[in-house]
Design a protein around this ligand. Structure first.
Ligand SMILES: Nc1ncnc2c1ncn2[C@@H]1O[C@H](COP(=O)(O)OP(=O)(O)OP(=O)(O)O)[C@@H](O)[C@H]1O
Length: 219
């Protein structure tokens, strides 16, 4: 469903090469949700962006089959001077979905009240995070890409609602979560990888990935 074949990626900072991935090969199977453990600053966002097709590898191939989401938190498609209602209806049309359904789902999910009809420019970062998450769930993807677990919202009700919807979705879709925190992966993932210093190690179970990650973290 998603396959990395000998993928390499690095950034030139002006003084050195920051290596994100060195010749990495792994795949995500349909129905087998995957976690990736990676310390902060090592390339979580870059990896998720490559999975979403937003960032290209320097070398190697990324094969994407099925309907893969944009990364949770990615707000590239929304327009700040328009309301959540207008954005939801517009984006639903781009994906060929019923605008009434997408609007109703997001209105229920994010609990933005009157702000749902006000421009996004008036939202707090938590409100934007809630809208982004609701939109992602409304758009019915085969695979959901999530950077660092749940959105950065302190709204306990929303987090509980979002977490239970995501749990339900696991039965019919595939989720990829990249995080520095093994506890975040626990609830959702059936297999996991570890990314560190450009090397990607894939394991059949989260337990094995955690053992390596925790061992490496002792250094
Ligand atoms: N366009 C770029 N040019 C140069 N360096 C970049 C670029 N994009 C990312 N980097 C660097 O690559 C490294 C990995 O960045 P990335 O955002 O993917 O990591 P991350 O694990 O998601 O980080 P964090 O945990 O801080 O969210 C960082 O050192 C970052 O500064």
């Amino acid at each position: 469903m998603l396959e990395f074949e000998n993928v390499s990626k690095s950034f030139w900072t002006g003084t050195q090469r920051k290596v994100i991935l060195e010749n990495a090969s792994f795949h995500v199977e349909r129905g087998k949700s995957m976690g990736v453990l990676a310390p902060n600053g090592t390339g979580k966002t870059t990896l998720i962006n490559m999975m979403a097709g937003l960032e290209k590898p320097d070398e190697g191939k990324i094969i994407r089959n099925g309907n893969i989401s944009f990364p949770l938190g990615f707000m590239g498609g929304v327009v700040s001077n328009q309301s959540a209602k207008e954005n939801c209806r517009y984006i639903s049309q781009l994906y060929g979905l019923d605008p009434d359904y997408v609007e109703a789902f997001c209105r229920w999910m994010c609990e933005l009240k009157e702000y749902f009809d006000m421009p996004l420019g008036t939202y707090s970062s938590g409100m934007r995070a809630r809208l982004s998450f609701a939109l992602m769930l409304a758009l019915d993807f085969d695979m959901y890409l999530i950077d660092e677990g749940m959105p950065g919202t302190t709204d306990v009700n929303f987090n509980e609602k979002a977490s239970s919807i995501l749990q339900e979705r696991i039965a019919t879709t595939t989720i990829v979560i990249v995080s520095h925190d093994p506890d975040i992966l626990e609830k959702y993932c059936r297999c996991a990888g570890v990314l560190r210093d450009g090397y990607f190690y894939m394991f059949d179970t989260l337990e094995e990935a955690k053992s390596l990650y925790e061992y490496q973290s002792k250094d």
